[in-house]
Design a protein around this ligand. Sequence first.
Ligand code: MN
Length: 137
Amino acid sequence: MAKHEEVKDGVIFPVGEKNDAYAQYFKGQSYLKSLVADPAINVGVGNVTFEPGCRNNWHIHHDGYQLLLVTGGEGWYQEEGKQAQFLTVGDVIVTHDGVKHWHGATKDSWFEHLAITAGTPEWLEPVSDEWYDKLEK
Ligand code: MN
């Protein structure tokens, strides 16, 4: 049984629907609940939930940034050329403009974060199984 099964029902905010809009940029199933999508505000806020093993492709937030606030489970964040960071509840990640990175669940745990995002994403290649499977806490 996966760790942190309770996360799949939402920790603070609802998990929302299956994240079909971005499924092509993810491996595994994720869920997205948009919390702030106000055209008069230059950031969007979403609650993103990842099943165990789910992660997004490498990507870049151009002309903006992203703030990740971890609300549930266990996950990974990695910037290109750096070690992956193990994430748990309460961790905060700042991704600056132009930095290539990915984020997602660990192999054996559900994972949830709020994502506060400005700018335009550029989606790149998937995180390979070979790479991902070697990650260790
Ligand atoms: Mn990102």
